[in-house]
Ligand binder design. Structure first.
Ligand code: AMP
Length: 279
């Protein structure tokens, strides 16, 4: 496994990996890797000839009051895990390399970035879109892998790739959870044992909504209420609970097709997101 810190060296390595029509699967991450990230690496390994990943805690997607400085950065362990999962190329730049003095360009993907996460974190998706576009230039792979865990982010990336004619196939992989249902997240490391217990209410609430739908409930308002009630019983009040048409950020009222139930909840100081496809 080769590790690069300079963008030009990573680009040369990815371009040379693509010779002879070979496919390169790219997995962008912020590190502190867990089985969710590694499932993306495994998916890339299964589908592509060469696997590339990046580890970069992107400052532009954090607001000033958020957890940029506290974000875990266990680089040696991450590199070991990537190696064990058959990754070939890793890009680990510094913030100065990604954003040299004078950098100003930012990508605004429009309406898909505005509600839900975008409303709670108004500068977040411009930071995500910009860094993902930069990473796609530095690592010009044939395929890129993202997790459904960050549902709205996958829509932002798909919109950007379509609108800017980026020649890359976007793959979205299922959410990996622990045995109790908690969606794996690097931010789970912030949770105290009590908070970790409380956080189980997120996936439980989504499961209750799924069960209500399976029993015939087709009112999105009713599903939102089931989710809110379960969170409230655990002492949690969500930033939002959304029932949107699958593949969009558009809220639905009557559920006539597949939807995604998505929520964001602060557990103590830690902001967690989760979602599930229903129907
Ligand atoms: P992050 O390091 O949080 O930026 O995440 C990097 C990628 O891993 C993103 O595409 C995430 O959606 C994905 N990811 C994070 N957590 C999970 C999970 N529990 N299951 C599947 N993918 C995940």
């Amino acid at each position: 496994m080769n590790v690069y810190v300079a963008p030009a060296e990573m680009r040369t390595a990815v371009l040379s990996a693509r010779t002879g029509n070979r496919t390169v699967g790219f997995v962008p991450t912020m590190g502190a890797l867990h089985a969710g990230h590694l499932s993306l690496v495994d998916a890339a390994r299964a589908e592509c000839d060469v696997v590339a990943a990046s580890i970069f805690v992107n400052p532009t997607q954090f607001a000033p009051h958020e957890d940029l400085d506290a974000y875990p950065r266990p680089l040696e362990r991450d590199l070991q895990l990537l190696q064990e999962h058959g990754c070939d190329l890793v890009f680990t730049p510094s913030a100065e390399m990604m954003y040299p003095a004078g950098a100003e360009t930012s990508i605004d993907v429009g309406a898909v970035a505005l509600p839900w996460e975008g409303a709670e974190r108004p500068t977040h998706f411009a930071g995500v879109a910009t860094v993902v576009m930069k990473l796609f230039q530095i690592a010009p792979a044939t395929h890129a892998y993202f997790g459904h865990k960050d549902y709205q982010q996958t829509l932002v990336v798909r919109r950007m790739v379509a609108d800017l004619n980026v020649p890359i196939e976007i793959r979205v992989c299922p959410i990996v959870r622990d045995d109790n249902g908690l969606a794996l997240s690097s931010r789970n490391a912030y949770l105290s044992p009590d908070e970790r217990q409380q956080a189980l209410a997120l996936s439980q609430a989504l499961r209750l909504a799924e069960q209500a739908h399976a029993s015939g409930q087709r009112s999105a308002a009713a599903l939102r209420q089931i989710i809110r009630d379960h969170l409230a019983a655990a002492g949690l009040s969500p930033d939002y609970v959304a029932i949107v048409a699958d593949g969009t950020v558009q809220e639905v009222e009557h559920i006539g097709g597949p939807v995604v139930a998505a929520l964001a909840v602060r557990v103590g100081q830690t902001r967690l997101i989760d979602n599930c496809r229903i129907g």
